[in-house]
Ligand binder design. Structure first.
Ligand SMILES: *Cc1c(COP(=O)(O)O)cnc(C)c1O
Length: 361
């Protein structure tokens, strides 16, 4: 068996310990004589799995009691619609456009009401986070929406926008559990787990209880109401049972590593290795304004498309996979999530140095 260093943006690398544990339990989970995949979600064994997962997540993120944790399906993209359908009571909300995912959420919200662009970094290919200290937020807006870590462009809000008292909704898909967060600053935090938490198929929504009501936009389907899932412990229908089980194992793994403060420390350390190299390289350069750099997704270029492609191939030959940038922006992108070991980033820099030495004209 040869494992590669996998820099995929998502689905992405998972902790090897978690995968091994899952493999060990594949045929017989905890003496039940069956796989978690084969188990009724109404069984005692499964109830314990989902309850423990929620408990561990609450502990890791220090989630206040007045927030619900929902394990849903439909990916982050389904939240682009669920958020306005459930929360756009005044049919008006503010969106900050920092990349493709924020833009998609913004466009989806327009189906349901007036979505207002409060700020955007489209003018410079989303390579920075716009100034959000004095946005034109009006009283009739239901919420302010951000994509906190921009997976494709490699930017991150290091300071949350001043929402002028309005509820803040954040898509944290690609920075979920990468650092401690103050949940009370948000009305809703949500993310698809396939970036930094688990396998594709689960989206976790952390939502303040008072926002969960029957008062949704007319025509909102039962399955798209937060209340449906909150009232039924995420088991109104069959949940993504196996995916939640793996997320639960990742939560245990994170606790064992020392929790989110420790992850932040490690993530900073890993990112620094790569950024420090990029900042002095004569061949490669980072594409993001320094103060807005993500710790999770690191895009970089040589400035020459052919050379970029040559590097991606060279990296692959050296056991470094999925370094090609997003199809809409090109170049390279290294996603260095929680489960990417420091050795993977060190190897990447070593390979980049070698490539630089061989290819610098
Ligand atoms: C990947 C991603 C999405 C889309 O997730 P799906 O689960 O595929 O719908 C949305 N937002 C962010 C920030 C992402 O990284």
């Amino acid at each position: 068996m040869a494992r590669v260093f996998n820099f995929s943006a998502g689905p992405a690398v998972l902790p090897e310990e978690v995968l091994k544990e899952a493999a060990d339990e594949m045929l017989d989970y905890n003496g039940t004589g069956m796989s978690v995949m084969e188990m009724s979600h109404r069984s005692k064994a499964y109830q314990e799995i989902i309850d423990t997962a929620e408990k561990d997540l609450r502990e890791l993120m220090n989630i206040p009691d007045n927030y619900k944790v929902l394990f849903l399906q439909g990916g982050a993209s389904q939240q682009f619609a669920m958020i306005p359908m459930n929360l756009m009571k005044n049919k008006k909300a503010g969106y900050i456009i920092t990349g493709q995912w924020a833009k998609k959420a913004f466009q989806e919200a327009k189906i349901f009401g007036e979505a207002v662009e409060l700020a955007s970094s489209a003018d410079k290919t989303f390579s920075y986070i716009p100034d959000c200290s004095n946005l034109d937020i009006t009283d009739d807006m239901d919420y302010v929406y951000i994509c906190e870590n921009n997976t494709i462009y490699g930017t991150k809000y290091w300071q949350l926008p001043d929402t002028k008292g309005k509820d803040l909704i954040a898509d944290v898909s690609s920075c979920f559990l990468s650092e401690p967060v103050d949940v009370s600053k948000y009305a809703v935090i949500y993310g698809g787990v396939q970036k930094n938490v688990g396998p594709a198929g689960v989206v976790i929504v952390i939502i303040r209880e008072d926002l969960i009501t029957e008062d949704t936009l007319p025509g909102t389907p039962t399955m798209l109401k937060y209340k449906t899932h909150a009232d039924n412990g995420s088991m109104y229908n069959t949940p993504p049972a196996y995916g939640i089980y793996i997320c639960g194992k990742v939560f245990k793994w994170l606790k064992k590593q020392g929790g989110l403060a420790e992850m932040k420390k490690r993530n900073e350390e890993k990112a620094k290795i790569l950024y420090d190299y990029l900042d002095q390289s004569k061949l490669f350069k980072g594409t993001v304004r320094k103060e807005d750099r993500s710790l999770m997704n690191v895009p970089f270029i040589t400035g020459d498309e052919e050379l970029d492609a040559k590097f991606v191939k060279f990296a692959k030959e050296n056991g470094l996979e999925n370094l090609k940038g997003h199809r809409t922006v090109g170049g390279m992108r290294a996603s260095i999530y929680n489960a990417m070991p420091k050795a993977g980033v060190e190897k990447l820099v070593e390979v980049m140095k070698k490539f630089e030495a061989e290819n610098l004209k």
